[in-house]
Design a protein. Structure first.
Length: 149
């Protein structure tokens, strides 16, 4: 399953806000620069994430965006489903497509597709934004140690 560029941007923006959780709003320009996201596109994505209840905004000089939830309770899977819809390796696994499949009930591939979906969902749903923040901190710590040697 390939994630759209929009979904990748939404994840990266959410990750950046997670890094600053509890420190007040972060300016769009700062998120855009740090995560290499075109600013105009980021404005649209953050607006959608706000409507979805993932972020809040504050206007004014000290304004910007912040996560609306603790990053330890917000999974990658939640954001992906919000932006992309159901997670699955093939289109016929979702909604009407599954019901209208001409091989419904006798597709030899379906058990395999379901295993793939379950494994991918498990990774996405067991990874929180806080996990990613901590992973980045650990990686940066490794880089600092490499230079100290």
């Amino acid at each position: 399953m390939l994630l759209s560029q929009k979904c990748q941007y939404a994840l990266r923006a959410s990750f950046h806000l997670a890094k600053h959780y509890g420190q007040g709003p972060v300016r769009i320009a700062d998120v855009a620069e740090a995560q290499a996201i075109p600013k105009r596109f980021l404005e649209v994505i953050l607006g959608e994430l706000k409507q979805g209840g993932f972020v809040v905004s504050q206007r004014g000089n000290e304004g910007g965006y912040a996560l609306d939830r603790d990053p330890s309770g917000l999974t990658v899977g939640e954001i992906i489903r919000f932006v992309e819809g159901p997670i699955g390796p093939v289109g016929c696994m979702a909604g009407d497509s599954r019901e209208n499949c001409p091989l419904r009930g006798k597709c030899v591939f379906m058990p395999m597709w379901e295993k793939v979906r379950d494994q991918v969902e498990n990774v996405y749903d067991s990874t929180t934004l806080q996990d990613l923040v901590e992973q980045e901190r650990a990686q940066q710590g490794e880089l600092v140690l490499d230079y100290a040697i």
